[in-house]
Design a protein around this ligand. Structure first.
Ligand code: TXA
Ligand code: MG
Length: 330
């Protein structure tokens, strides 16, 4: 079924669609989300359909105020409470024990639920004006790079959803850090802007999931050992992949001349290398913010191969490396 997608900057109008059980794409500080009333199972089903998302991949519930966590989750551990107090609103998703009122379609049948309070005025206004909790994944067709602009959302979902709330480009550009707080110590399942070191400043025992640690180990020792299955269901699915082939390079000077290639990284490539698109980022934060937008521009320019420079895995570097590694493995 083809829908007429309403493009609007009016948050009241967008909130009306959420209350009517329809889908609204909306800006957040990380990437654009595709939202529905989290307590309306039929509305949440539409998210999976519109994105072509595998049903086994759970959604994050977005809050308009941190007190609302009580409506979504139960039995919060002291460390979960500390993380929530320090990082909400912000680019952190906390996995908690699910409240019975959250329908199982939201959590893909799991007994746990991801909770986040976005640090974005339009997102908070949408949640608060609709007077709903909003379940939302990133607003892209499943598998493609997450959208950081409303235009990127329209590229993927025009005609498939009721409304796009038009806002600014996402200020961070990579999805939130996902941290499992259901065990004895917080464990990062998906790296993002909030780093392990930042979590450890609040809860010293916080760790990376064994899967992420193993990926780092494999890289450092160049061993062929494959990491074991991830605990965050979403990390098992194909992700962030542009149509162009993605290659990770340590040094842009090693790129061989070819037709229709593009480069993104921190260091400048050779002047005589002909590139269809280039982005030399002044720092890792800019690299993170521009990465998915760059992937999409490459696809619309018909680029065949994208070379991404590797960065050190400190701070947001781990999230950048996670996304470019996933994009490069197919
Ligand atoms: O920044 C973000 O997190 C964006 C914005 C829109 O908030 N959302 C986002 O959602 O990236 P999505 O669905 O694309 O990614 C959510 C990730 C997936 O890897 C999913 O498997 C994981 O969070 N997740 C959600 N609920 C979970 C749960 N109960 N247990 C483990 N992982 C969960
Ligand atoms: Mg996503």
């Amino acid at each position: 079924m083809i829908l007429e997608t309403c493009l609007t900057r009016d948050v009241h109008e967008a909130a009306g669609f959420i209350r009517a059980g329809e889908l609204v794409a909306f800006p957040t500080e990380t990437v654009y989300g595709l939202g529905a009333d989290a307590t309306d199972a039929a509305a949440v089903h539409k998210i999976f359909k519109a994105k072509g998302r595998p049903e086994g991949n759970p959604l994050i519930v977005h809050l308009g105020s941190s007190e609302d966590v009580e409506k979504v989750a139960i039995n919060l551990s002291p460390s979960a409470k500390l993380l929530l107090k320090s990082f909400f609103p912000g680019p952190l998703t906390i996995i908690l024990e699910k409240h019975p009122s959250i329908p199982s379609v939201v959590t893909a049948g799991l007994s746990t639920v991801g909770v986040r309070m976005p640090d974005n005025g339009a997102a908070l206004e949408l949640i608060n004006l609709s007077r709903r909790l909003i379940a939302a994944p990133s607003a892209n067709i499943s598998g493609s790079p997450s959208p950081t602009t409303w235009q990127a959302v329209a590229e993927d979902l025009d005609g498939r959803i009721a409304c796009i709330l038009q806002g600014a480009m996402a200020s961070l550009g990579l999805e939130s850090t996902v941290v499992d707080c259901t065990g004895s110590t917080p464990q990062i399942l998906r790296p993002g802007f909030i780093s392990l070191a930042e979590l450890q400043r609040v809860v010293p025992g916080s760790v990376l999931s064994p899967t992420l640690t193993q990926i780092q180990t494999v890289r450092h020792h160049e061993s062929g050992r494959k990491p074991s299955g991830p605990k965050s269901p979403g990390t098992a699915f194909r992700h962030y992949t542009p149509r162009a082939a993605v290659f990770v390079v340590d040094n842009p000077l090693s790129i061989q001349p070819e037709m229709n290639i593009a480069y993104i990284g921190l260091e400048k490539p050779e002047d005589d290398l002909t590139l269809k698109l280039t982005h030399v980022a002044p720092d890792k934060e800019d690299y993170a913010r521009m990465l998915f937008d760059f992937f999409r521009s490459c696809d619309s320019e018909g680029v065949r191969s994208i070379y991404c420079q590797s960065v050190s895995e400190q701070g947001v570097g781990l999230a950048i490396m996670d996304r470019i590694r996933r994009a490069s493995s197919r």
